[in-house]
Design a protein around this ligand. Structure first.
Ligand code: EPU
Length: 306
């Protein structure tokens, strides 16, 4: 995008996105679509109607030489300057269907808890851990989302992905380079995933899910906008406990605060900015480094212009 003014990019995008059937909004504030309720505007925000339409968006962005960012909206912090190019939300791609013995296929925009509940209703065990994880299936795969009870890599069979050229490929989970809260996906856009589960009793699955949800409600600040855990847990340690032990619960910069309930959460208490969040992350990271000699690694991703 170097050398081209924002206005030139904008008018190129306007022209090339005209073919899209789904929703297209220019200069759309992203705070509406992030769980932290923070984030400047996208040059263009697009919600493709289906896979075919997504292909049209990918081609349109290429034609306008605009970058693409797929936004799940949880575990990601959009900076205050917003995002250049095309931001895609896959919220219209949310079908779930049976995909063979003990298997379900979910489109990438499906909410992870919705998939967890669908598995329970089908008498399939293995996704109980996901019932309280906010975010989409696509986002969960990119992050290898999970809890102490499991992570998506444990139950993933394969994914479908649209390459930057617009082709659709299937990739087995073993090729996705999963690690703790991370993966190594080839370039492209995730379209959906097949999970392979075990048959189980609906009542037993439901009981476990209720326990998980109750634990979350008790220990996490679900009542305030947040981006999930801010830092990854260092090996054999809990980032939350480390931060808590330093007395940082409740520490606030502007309108962003270390949660009083769980120290690895930062909450937006109303009108917070990405700048404030970044400053709080730096402050907490430095204290832990100085006083515990541990470098905390970020779990959330910061995207966009400062
Ligand atoms: N703890 C404290 N103070 C705190 C927070 C935690 O002392 O402020 C202690 C707890 O009492 C507990 C231990 O630290 O003994 C671990 O806490 P918790 O059970 O809350 O788990 P966690 O390791 O902090 C992980 C995941 C969460 C997931 C929970 C519940 C990571 C980075 N975090 O948190 O995932 O919800 O387990 O299963 O892996 C996320 O990834 O975004 C996320 C929220």
């Amino acid at each position: 995008m170097t050398g081209r003014s924002a206005a030139v990019v904008r008018s190129a995008l306007c022209a090339s996105l005209a073919v899209v059937r789904g929703e297209v909004r220019f200069d759309e504030p992203l705070a509406r679509y992030t769980s932290m309720k923070i984030g400047g505007p996208a040059d263009a925000l697009v919600v493709p109607a289906d896979e075919e339409d997504l292909r049209a968006v990918v081609r349109a962005a290429r034609a306008a030489r605009a970058p693409i960012l797929v936004l799940g909206g949880t575990n990601v912090v959009v900076r205050d300057g917003g995002v250049a190019g095309v931001v895609i939300r896959l919220s219209a791609l949310k079908a779930i269907r049976p995909a063979g013995p003990n298997r379900l296929y979910a489109e990438a925009g499906t909410l992870f808890p919705t998939l967890s509940h669908a598995a329970k209703d089908a008498g399939l065990a293995g996704l109980e851990f996901a019932c309280g994880i906010p975010g989409t299936v696509g986002g969960a795969i990119v992050m290898n989302a999970g809890t102490q009870d499991g992570e998506i890599a444990d139950v993933l069979d394969r994914v479908r992905l649209m390459t930057p050229q617009g082709e659709i490929v299937e990739i087995p989970a073993s090729k996705l380079g999963f690690r703790y809260r991370g993966s190594h996906l080839p370039p492209g856009i995730l379209l959906g995933a097949t999970v392979v589960l075990k048959s189980g009793r609906v009542e037993a699955i439901d009981a476990r899910m209720q326990e998980i949800l109750a634990y979350r409600r008790r220990t996490q600040p679900l009542h305030l906008p947040n981006a999930g855990c801010i830092f990854k847990n260092p090996p054999h340690q809990s980032a939350g406990r480390l931060i808590d032990d330093l007395g940082l619960k409740g520490h606030r910069i502007g309108a962003v605060q270390v949660s009083e309930r769980h120290a690895n959460f930062m909450v937006n208490i109303g009108g917070g900015t990405a700048k404030e969040l970044a400053a709080l992350i730096r402050h907490v990271g430095r204290r832990v480094e100085r006083e515990r000699a541990i470098t905390l690694e970020l779990e959330v991703r910061l995207v966009g212009r400062a």
